[in-house]
Each structure stands twice: as structure tokens, then as C-alpha cells.
Design a protein around this ligand. Structure first.
Ligand SMILES: *Cc1c(COP(=O)(O)O)cnc(C)c1O
Length: 365
């Protein structure tokens, strides 16, 4: 196997238990985007075994895949465009989120055809200006009251825009807006069974926002929601679950002055052994990564040299390296360059690094 992603499910379990010990809210494990690249079903199963009582996905097809794998716990899919497969959602008992009357009507139409009462969560836009009802909340509530015998109101929810800036007043503003809208729903006679607002950043920094259930994403995978503002995951006693390893295809001696890779983008300043690693941008390594990232072999960091190619990249193993072709190096995680190091080197966030590791790289548990 030329490259693989190693997933430590015990780390997922540790992280969930760690979060559980800090909140009285129930845990909804967010497993969208193939469980942040960690593998949908294995992560979902371990999350449930570790105390999560709900699962959440963005797409309906992700939720359907969980049901097809035999998972029975409540699941919500919150990002369903019009004409999505609501028939399957209803028959598979998948909760849906509504943030417009249009979508609400479409789901109720399908419910009449299927003879199954939908389980709905109302999403309100409390400030992020992404999902959720914003203008016309009163009309939305009137519609919801008018049709109240046609669905079960399970949840009321919203999402923070700046939870990873714990000191921002915007968070309190959003919480207040959330509470006002929740109150108006209750005044209209609609009481949701559960209320949810917190992502990982809010779980770790703002206990007033925990409410009945929290939507736990990045922290479950052992990564910090924002290294700059909140610090490294180890500060929260979280353990990264992902390690990536890849083989060395070839080793060669190169000289100072040699220009390496496409465009000769980097010129060696010293003689060294180069390692050609069988992993590239088509596998999800970000092409725009500086040599602040690289691989780890035999107790030593080997920084990237030149540009990352589609299927391979070149690292500086050092003159005295004992590496041989066929050896495995650690690309991310473990003692070497962390996922956060790669994110910083590519000027992005750890979320993007893990979710973009390609499906052609096998996941090993
Ligand atoms: C992705 C997502 C989460 C989880 O966010 P993290 O920052 O990874 O914890 C929670 N809620 C919604 C609506 C999301 O889309």
C-alpha cells in the first residue's frame, strides 16, 4: 500500500468522553464529509459506542448511507436543497431541517404522499447569514402553526459565525437573537423537544450555549477549532485521530544548485538525499504548501522541496539519512508535522486538510 490514512478510533472515543465530562448536554456527533475524511461508518459506530446519542450530516445521502449501514440512532441532515430525496428521508426516519416555507411545503407534500410524519428541526439565522430563516420568521411560524398536525417538531437550532473567537460580542448577540426567536415559537404554542446551537468552538469555550444537545465536529477528531485564537488541541486534552503514512518511491543524491520539480521552483542550497514520496495533490496534499511542511522519518523531519505534484512530492531527507526506497514516512500526525502544521504551511485550516484527503487513499482502523 503506497499510502494510507490511519484512524485511531480510541482517540475518537477519548475525545467524546473528554467533551462529555465537561457538559450536561447530549452529544450529536457531526460526521458530514465522510466524518471529516476519517470514514463515515466506522467513526459513527465508535461515536455511538462512546456516548454520542445523535448523528448529524450536512447531506441527505450521508444520512441515508448511515441508515443503510444499519445505524439506528436519530440522525439529522441539515443541508437539503429543493427536490432532494425526501421520500427516502421519511422512510428511513431521518430528521430534516427546514429554513424556508418553500422547503417546509415540499416536505409536507412528500409526507402526505408517504403517509409518514416528518421529524423536523427549525433553523433560524441568528447572525451568520448562511442557513436558517431570517426575514419572514413570523410568517414561517404562522405556517408552522397552521400545519402543526402534519409533522413532529423535534428541534430548534442555529449556528455560530464566530464561536472560534470566544471573546467576540457577536456570540452573545447571536445567543440573544436565538432566545428571542425560540420564545416567539413557544408563544405560538410550538415547543421543540430539543434546542441546539453549539459547534466545537462553543462547546469548548461557552457553556451557556450548550443547551440540550451540542453538535460536536472537529474536536471529536482531536483538532482545535482555531489554533490561533483558542490554542492547540492538547490544551483541551484532545487527541488527533488521523495519521497519514506514505512510501518512498525513490531516493537520490542531489547537489547544491539543483532545481527541484516543476518550474524548478526550489533550488537546493546544499548537497542532500532527496526522497520521492508517493503522495501528491490528487491525494489531497495542498499544492500551495511551503516547505514549512514535509514528512517525518527515523526521528527527523524532512521538509518538502519544490512543488507538490499530482501523485508525488519530494522531500529533503538529509545527507546522512538511512532511509531506503520502500520505507514508509509519516506525512502528517504522530511525532512529525501535525495536521495543524500542514494547515499553516498551506495557509488554510485543519478542517480543510482532513476533509480533502482523497478517497483513493485507504483508511485503516
Ligand atoms: C460542521 C457543523 C458543525 C460542527 O462544527 P465543528 O466546528 O467541526 O464542531 C456543527 N453544526 C453545523 C450546522 C455544522 O455544519
Amino acid at each position: 500500500m503506497r499510502a494510507f490514512v490511519q484512524i485511531d478510533l480510541d482517540a475518537i472515543e477519548h475525545n467524546i468522553k473528554q467533551i462529555k465530562s465537561q457538559t450536561s448536554a447530549a452529544i450529536l456527533a457531526v460526521v458530514k464529509a465522510d466524518a471529516y475524511g476519517h470514514g463515515l461508518v466506522p467513526v459513527a459506530v465508535r461515536a455511538i459506542d462512546s456516548g454520542a446519542t445523535w448523528l448529524g450530516t450536512a447531506l441527505l445521502e450521508e444520512a441515508i448511507a448511515l441508515r443503510e449501514a444499519g445505524i439506528k440512532v436519530p440522525i439529522i441532515a441539515w443541508l437539503t436543497p429543493p427536490h432532494d430525496d425526501f421520500e427516502s428521508a421519511l422512510s428511513l426516519n431521518i430528521d430534516l431541517s427546514v429554513s424556508s416555507i418553500q422547503l417546509f411545503e415540499e416536505i409536507l407534500d412528500q409526507a402526505r404522499r408517504s403517509g409518514i410524519r416528518p421529524r423536523l428541526h427549525f433553523e433560524v439565522d441568528s447572525g451568520m447569514r448562511r442557513g436558517g430563516v431570517l426575514k419572514g420568521w413570523e410568517t414561517f411560524v404562522e405556517f408552522a402553526v397552521e400545519h402543526k398536525d402534519e409533522y413532529n417538531l423535534i428541534g430548534f437550532w442555529s449556528h455560530f459565525a464566530r464561536a472560534d473567537e470566544p471573546s467576540s460580542e457577536f456570540n452573545l448577540m447571536q445567543e440573544n437573537e436565538f432566545d428571542r426567536k425560540l420564545e416567539s415559537l413557544k408563544v405560538a404554542g410550538l415547543t421543540p423537544e430539543m434546542v441546539h446551537l453549539s459547534n466545537s468552538a462553543a462547546i469548548l469555550s461557552n457553556s451557556s450555549a450548550h443547551r440540550s444537545i451540542v453538535r460536536l465536529g472537529i474536536a471529536m477528531y482531536g483538532l482545535s477549532p482555531d489554533v490561533k485564537n483558542m490554542g492547540d488541541a492538547s490544551l483541551f486534552n484532545l487527541r488527533p485521530a488521523m495519521t497519514i503514512r506514505a512510501q518512498i518511491h525513490l531516493i537520490k543524491d542531489a547537489k547544491a544548485g539543483d532545481a527541484v520539480g516543476y518550474g524548478g521552483a526550489e533550488v537546493l542550497t546544499h548537497d542532500t538525499k532527496l526522497g520521492i514520496i508517493v503522495m501528491g495533490y490528487s491525494d489531497g496534499l495542498p499544492r500551495s504548501t511551503s516547505n514549512a511542511a514535509g514528512v517525518f522519518f527515523d526521528g527527523r523531519k524532512a521538509p518538502l522541496v519544490g512543488r507538490i505534484s499530482m501523485d508525488q512530492c519530494v522531500v529533503d531527507l538529509g545527507n546522512n539519512s538511512l532511509a531506503e526506497a520502500g520505507d514508509y514516512v509519516t506525512v502528517m500526525g504522530g511525532e512529525g508535522y501535525s495536521i495543524d502544521d500542514w494547515a499553516a504551511a498551506a495557509q488554510t485550516i485543519n478542517y480543510e486538510i482532513v476533509t480533502r484527503i482523497a478517497s483513493r487513499v485507504p483508511r485503516i482502523y
